[in-house]
Ligand binder design. Structure first.
Ligand code: NAP
Ligand code: ZN
Length: 348
């Protein structure tokens, strides 16, 4: 078995530290990838600190992976050694149920296999993620990358990108619609770029006054400080769709009242505590609260190709892996513009 190096959490209270483990050799339909870049998603922080109560240790986080193919099994058709490949949040599924057949493997009836902290369907081991030098994955769950994009800026597309692209497409966001994005972090800044690119009137809600100018550069038609009660009230019943990307517990009611009749607020953020909201804010406008998770393999490839056509990448701060614990602390302080990406060459 080839041995692999990465950074792992050995427990919820412990900092990430260098870690050695084994990756299995690629099977006939699998590729092995040398990881070049891996984004730091807030999910990595929730998981490392066991905020959802499902963490297994040792844990090598990371599910925003861009790398170079080093080996391809005999049945692989999509990749050749030397080519760039991208891997996101899902690395396997049952492949037989209705959602899998539709290409919505992330909603697999048997449950998807997570890139890390999941159970490998091939050998039963716990999956280890992208804060490491290599990955082995079935080619179905690896994506090709348009060759005009900066690879460090591509890595976050594999989670932050698809998690926001998918609901904006599902709820048919486009010209003539007023769309709110709540939270300007990794997911939020991608949502803003996509909402703008899709032609909607994009309104960014933020708790950080210092991000106002950036939001305009990222594509916001309006920026609203969610702490400004008058600015919030002035927008009552004017939104067709709101996408909430916030990572910490927060009130939903100030946003629900902004929805027009029959409009939807979709939550993608995963705070450690469940949300609560006033029922009257739903019934008085027949509004919906919905949820959405990443995206399936066809839509992830569609998103990457769209980004190639429209020259969209994440705004990133590239860090050496030795700064990963500092990056986690800065993420908690909302001190990132707008995604940390680990340069994996610093692992050597
Ligand atoms: P992030 O970069 O840390 O951004 C979160 C943003 O939320 C912050 O930048 C901040 O924006 C806002 N925020 C933070 N604390 C807040 C508070 N106490 N009150 C109000 N706003 C607050 O995180 P991310 O990587 O984008 O991830 C966001 C969430 O999505 C996480 O919970 C993550 O686990 C989840 N997620 C879900 C999926 C899915 O498939 N559904 C996929 C990936 C991630 P402002 O400074 O602008 O207020
Ligand atoms: Zn993620």
């Amino acid at each position: 078995m080839p041995s692999s190096t990465g950074y792992a959490a050995l427990g919820a209270e412990l900092p990430l530290a260098p870690f050695h483990f084994n990756r299995r050799s690629p099977g006939p339909s699998e590729i092995a990838v040398e990881i070049l870049y891996c984004g730091i998603c807030h999910t990595d922080l929730h998981q490392v600190r066991n905020e959802w109560g499902v963490s297994r240790y040792p844990m090598v986080p990371g599910h925003e992976i861009v790398g170079r193919v080093t080996a391809a099994g005999g049945a692989v058709t999509k990749f050749k050694p030397g080519q760039i490949a991208a891997i996101g949040v899902i690395v396997d599924s049952c492949r037989k149920c209705a959602p899998c057949k539709r290409g919505e493997e992330h909603y697999c009836d048997e449950g998807m296999t997570d890139t890390y902290n999941g159970v490998d369907r091939v050998d039963g081991s716990i999956t280890m993620g992208g804060y490491s030098d290599s990955y082995v994955v079935d080619e179905r769950f690896a994506h090709t990358v348009p060759d005009n994009l900066d690879l460090a800026g591509v890595a976050p597309l594999l989670c932050a990108g698809i998690t926001t692209y998918s609901p904006l497409r599902h709820w048919k966001v486009g010209p003539g619609m007023k769309v709110g994005i709540v939270g300007l972090g990794g997911l939020g800044h991608m949502a803003l770029k996509f909402a703008h690119a899709f032609g909607a009137h994009a309104v960014q809600f933020t708790t950080s006054p210092g991000k106002k100018e950036d939001a305009v550069h990222l594509g916001a038609d309006e920026v609203v400080l969610s702490t400004d009660a008058d600015a919030m009230k002035a927008r009552t019943k004017t939104f067709d769709f709101i996408l909430d990307t916030v990572s910490a517990p927060h009130a939903l009611d100030p946003y629900l009242v902004l929805l027009k009749q029959d409009a939807t607020m979709t939550l993608v953020g995963l705070p450690e505590k469940p949300p609560s909201f006033g029922m009257f804010n739903l019934i008085t406008r027949r509004a919906s609260i919905a949820g959405s998770m990443i995206g399936g393999t066809p839509e992830t490839q569609e998103m990457l190709d769209y980004c190639g056509q429209h020259k969209i990448t994440a705004d990133v701060e590239v860090i050496p892996i030795q700064k990963v614990n500092e990056a986690f602390e800065r993420l908690l302080k909302q001190d990132v513009k707008y995604r940390f990406v680990i340069d994996m060459s610093t692992l050597k």
